[in-house]
Design a protein around this ligand. Structure first.
Ligand code: TMP
Length: 223
């Protein structure tokens, strides 16, 4: 038995959170111990950082945003991810280092070297074994996301406009850079990335594709 660390990534509205929950459920069904977690906000300190990071009424400098995302990650790695992997659990994480590389690196700074160096310190050598990129055109993703948020009645909360948080509210060019950035990352880290185009797919079909990608690695790691 070996530990497995799986991350789900993608532009806003790509359906990651739904897929992360479905994947964790399926792993449990085959008897594996699973920790399902997310960033930002996978610890109690992280919850507070998430509130700051996503609140549209709070103005953050670019470097503050980079460092707060990395601080959330550093706490999450030490408090949740590392102990779970040491206990031979499967960790399913909704966003991780690639989100910082895509959003703060490619999206805000136009390059990733500084964000990568800071985050390498934060993750303490814990890289994912498998990263699933749920790909979607930014426009379609944000539309999907807005719809889900208004159905959940969240549009009136904490300064959100149209149900969008501080980062989601950025212009389409930003979201396009994030999406293109993810594609660069899939080439940089080709061994751990699997890309699933979610554009016209039903949730169940995406879940099946996620499962196919994961089952192979789980078999290798957990026998
Ligand atoms: P979520 O909606 O998937 O929970 O993510 C919250 C937002 O935070 C989303 O717009 C992506 C953004 N984000 C970053 O910009 N950098 C990061 O490192 C992480 C983890 C999230």
């Amino acid at each position: 038995m070996g530990p497995t660390f799986i991350t789900l990534e993608g532009p806003d509205g790509s359906g990651k959170s739904t897929q992360a929950a479905l994947l964790a459920e399926r792993l449990r069904q085959i008897g594996l111990p699973v920790v399902l977690t997310r960033e930002p906000g996978g610890t109690s300190v992280g919850q507070k950082l998430r509130e700051i990071l996503l609140n549209p009424d709070i103005k953050l400098s670019v470097m503050t945003e980079v460092l707060l995302m990395a601080a959330d990650r550093a706490q999450h790695v030490q408090e949740v991810i590392k102990p779970a992997l040491e206990n031979n659990m499967v960790v399913v994480c909704d966003r991780y280092i690639d989100s910082s590389l895509a959003y703060q690196g490619f999206g805000l700074l136009g390059e990733i070297s500084q964000v990568k160096a800071i985050n390498e310190t934060a993750i303490d050598g814990i890289w994912p074994d498998l990263t699933i990129l749920l790909d979607v055109e930014p426009e379609a993703g944000l539309r999907r996301h807005r719809q889900a948020e208004s159905e959940a009645g969240r549009s009136q909360c904490s300064g959100r406009t149209n149900g969008l948080d501080r980062i989601e509210q950025r212009d389409l060019q930003f979201h396009q850079r994030v999406r293109d950035g993810y594609h660069v990352l899939t080439r940089m880290y080709a061994q751990r990335f699997v890309v699933i185009d979610t554009t016209r797919l039903q949730i169940e079909t995406v879940a099946q594709k996620v499962w196919e990608a994961v089952a192979q690695r789980i078999k290798a790691a957990h026998g």
